[in-house]
Structure formats: C-alpha cells, structure tokens
Ligand binder design. Structure first.
Ligand SMILES: Cc1cc2nc3c(=O)[nH]c(=O)nc-3n(C[C@H](O)[C@H](O)[C@H](O)COP(=O)(O)OP(=O)(O)OC[C@H]3O[C@@H](n4cnc5c(N)ncnc54)[C@H](O)[C@@H]3O)c2cc1C
Length: 438
C-alpha cells in the first residue's frame, strides 16, 4: 500500500481521501483552513452548488450519497424571470425524475471529510498551508501557527483548488509544463433572499431561478432553511458594472431596473452587496497533471472551469472515481496509474471548459428568447420520440456519465442532422406548395 499526502480538503480532497482510505492506502490530508465543522465556511466561494448524476455517482460508489443528499433540494428546471417579473418554467429534461440538486457546500464538505475519517488510515490536519512541493522527493512544505513543517509521501496529490500551490510548484520546476489561465470579464457576488416569516421559500422552491439580461444575469438556488442564495454575474468594468456601482443608490437603482421582482424579497441587499466579496471566474488548463510517480493533480487544481454548466465539482468528483480506478488497474505502477488517469480525463476537462463558457452565453442571453424555448421543446420531443438515440447536450452532460468530450461531439452531430432534416422538410413543403399552386 502507498502513502499519499493530499493537499486541500475541499470537496474533491475529502472524497479522494475516502476513496484512497478504502483501498487501504495511508493518507495524510492537509488543509490550509480551519475545520469547516467549526463554522468556518469556505469564504468567497458559492454557498450552494448544483450536484447531478456524475457527482452523485461518485458519492454512491463510496456509500455516502444518501447522507449527502439528505438536505439537498431537487431543481426540476429553469425558472426564467423577465424584466416585468413574468415567469416562464422550462424543465431540464423530458423525464421529470431527472433534476439537479441544490446542496450546501459546507455540509457536503463536512460529509466527505467525515467519510474519509471513518478509515483509521486517513488523518486530516487543518490549518496547514502548503507553500511548496519538492517534486523529486514527494515532500510538501507546509506553514502552521507553530512554524514550518514537512510531509513526505510516496506521492503528493494536489487537490488544492483553482489557485493550487502544488500546481505552482510543477509550473516552476517542470520543463515544458503547459499552463493557461483565462479570466472572464465578469465577476460574481452573492446576495440573499431570506425565508418567509413561516420559514417557507418565497419563490418556487424546486427550480433554478435565472434573470437573464443579455450581457449579465442573476441566478438563485434554494437552501434547506427556506432562503435562496442569489449570484449576480456582472461585468467588472464598464458604464454598468461592479466598478460603476459605487454607492448604495447605484446598487438599488440597478437592482430596481433589472430585478424588479426580486428586490422586495431582498431586505439585506445593500449590506450583502457591500460585505460579500466579488469573485473572479477563471478557466485553468494545464498539462501534464502528474510528475512521474511523485505528484498528481485532481479537481480544480487540474482544470478549473467557470460555473455555468454546474459541473466543476461534479467533474472533480468524477476525477476521484477515475483516479481510484486507474490506481486499482495499475496498482504496482503509480506512474502508469497517474498517466492513465490524465489520459482519460484531460480531453474531457478541456471539453467541459468550452461547454461551461458556451453555457454562460446561453444562460444570460438565450434562455429569455422564444427560439431557446422552441429548441428545448424540440429537444425534448426528439428525446421522447427517439429514446436512447437522441440525447440533448444538457441531458448528456448533466444526467449521464457519457464523457464530456464525447457528449459535445455527439451533440454537434445531432444538431447537424436535425438542421439538415428541418431544411429537407422545408424544401419538401415548398415543393408541395408549388406543385399545388401550379
Ligand atoms: C460561484 C461558483 C458556483 C459554482 N457552482 C457549481 C455548481 O453548481 N456545481 C458544480 O459542480 N460546481 C460548481 N462550482 C465549481 C466548484 O466549486 C469547484 O469545481 C469545486 O469546488 C472543486 O473542488 P476542489 O476540491 O477541486 O477545489 P476546492 O473546493 O476549491 O477545494 C480546494 C481546497 O484546498 C484548500 N487549499 C487551497 N490552497 C491550499 C494550500 N496551499 N494548502 C492547503 N490547502 C489549500 C482550500 O482551502 C480548499 O479547501 C462553482 C464554482 C463557483 C466559483
């Protein structure tokens, strides 16, 4: 059995520690923050997330899906809010059982860490910040309140998120390490809709709410306590932007103009806007994700994506399943196992990065249009008429485990066939009409 040092006990770190612990490996998990069970929630990140088939499958494999999903809220479709406050509901799938689930980040993080700690061979240490990794010797250097310490394993696994210190060490020390990060011109900020006086949800509970406004948007996900967490995705700079919203009046005016129906539900809007951080949205692509049999990257550390497909965590959980499988297949050769994992995941992570950026345009702009609704209806009609043959892209990404790259390719082919069929049908109609008239 190997000895793994994991850096980062976020969502994927906790889950991976549980997978490795189950295989009997010795695992030391180091996290820079305090224990989330002491109420130190992950600041600056989303409070809740959408978990779907891939993420749930990863939890099921380790036997904690029911525990994790106990307080999750199913969201069956998008509830579109237009400027006048009119609502339109668009289901995610033709099968009403297919829904995404709003889940609290803090609770999920605790569930995966506790799952890992059930294995006596897994140890978790909080308040340990990794500053550097010696790649050749698999030694991590960590800062603690009592001064610097080191941790040595047979391998170090960087599960330390989008701004990974482990990846940084690889970047500096590996010749030809490919690294690319790109930021959107938009940032995000969370504001809250509290529960009604009786603790009930003040909008439809089983939906993901979207206020699409072309170049920007707000979304809201329900929480178990009756509240909604709303996230405004807005330009950092420009005449209407985070930078331009300098005073409370600017913020109030903007929300009144754009999200008229939500404002009366947001008594703490101005405090939330002032006090909550403005996050940035980064896509990270890098290669390779491993160095010999010594270092490996998992989750956002390997492939951070923007959140518009609700798949970053789902993909990070899927990484854990694949890495576990690769380590099992090549149990006597960790370098081959890391290479196999990288090979199976890289093109899918790249495909997801593109899909996620594409879905931002769809969510903020197209969801409001009649064409979008018509396309969704056509998608669902074809899916019902051709079960197992025609699968809409959203369905493949969210409700199946078809690899992301294959899903994207298949959707492209399907779209070409549907377009050709529609053109063919139109030509037939025109020919028939012409024949009737002549
Ligand atoms: C606004 C927003 C909304 C999102 N919504 C969704 C969604 O609906 N569905 C979805 O699937 N995904 C969503 N995501 C993406 C999701 O949050 C990430 O993909 C997921 O958190 C990745 O998990 P991870 O464990 O790789 O990284 P993280 O969850 O970021 O965990 C990394 C951990 O490493 C620790 N760490 C960092 N540096 C160090 C260090 N130097 N030393 C020690 N520890 C360290 C951190 O403290 C943290 O605990 C969203 C992201 C954002 C920003």
């Amino acid at each position: 059995m190997a000895r793994f040092v994991l850096i980062g006990s976020g969502l994927a770190g906790g889950l991976l520690a549980a997978y490795l612990g189950r295989r009997g490996h010795d695992v030391d998990l180091y996290e820079r923050r305090a224990d989330p069970r002491e109420g130190n929630l992950v600041g600056g990140r989303s409070i809740n997330l959408a978990i779907s088939t891939r993420g749930i499958h990863a939890l099921e494999q380790i036997g904690i899906a029911d525990e994790a999903l106990k307080h999750a809220i199913p969201m069956r479709g998008r509830m579109i809010h237009n400027r006048t406050g009119a609502l339109h509901f668009s289901p995610y799938d033709v099968d009403p059982k297919n829904c995404i689930n709003s889940i609290g980040r803090g609770a999920l993080n605790t569930t995966v860490i506790e799952a890992a700690q059930r294995y006596p061979n897994v140890r978790v240490r909080f308040n340990h910040k990794c500053t550097d990794v010696d790649l050749e010797s698999a030694v991590a250097h960590l800062e603690t309140v009592n001064g610097p310490v080191t941790a040595q394993g047979d391998a170090i696994i960087g599960v330390d998120g989008a701004f990974s210190a482990v990846r940084k060490s690889m970047q500096i020390k590996i010749n030809n390490f490919h690294y690319d990060e790109s930021y959107l011109a938009h940032g995000y900020k969370e504001v809250t809709i509290p529960p009604g006086p009786d603790g009930s949800w003040r909008m439809e509970k089983n939906a993901l709410h979207i206020w699409p406004r072309k170049s920007f948007m707000m979304i809201a996900l329900p929480n178990p306590d009756g509240s909604f967490t709303c996230t405004l995705f807005w330009e950092f700079e420009g005449p209407r932007s985070f930078a331009a919203a300098k005073t409370d009046d600017d913020v109030r005016r903007f929300f009144n103009e754009e999200f008229q129906d939500a404002v009366p539900l947001m008594p703490t809007l101005l405090e939330d806007f002032r006090n909550n951080p403005t996050g940035s949205l980064v896509t990270v692509r890098c290669a390779p994700w491993f160095y010999r049999d010594k270092v490996c990257l998992v989750g956002d550390a390997a492939h951070a994506v923007v959140p518009f497909y609700g798949q970053g965590m789902n993909a990070a959980f899927e990484d854990c399943v694949v890495l576990d499988e690769s380590l099992e297949t090549f149990s006597d050769n960790p370098e081959r196992a890391f290479a196999d994992y990288f090979c199976r995941r890289k093109q899918n992570a790249d495909a997801l990065a593109d899909l996620a950026i594409g879905n931002f345009v769809e969510m903020r702009d197209k969801t409001a249009s009649k064409t979008f609704r018509a396309k969704k209806k056509l998608d669902h009609a074809l899916e019902a008429a051709l079960p197992g043959i025609y699968l809409p892209l959203y369905t493949m990404v969210t409700f199946t485990r078809i690899p992301y790259a294959r899903a994207a390719k298949r959707a492209h082919v399907q779209d070409r066939i549907v377009q050709a069929a529609l053109i063919g049908f139109l030509v037939l109609v025109i020919v028939a009409l012409a024949a009737l008239l002549l």
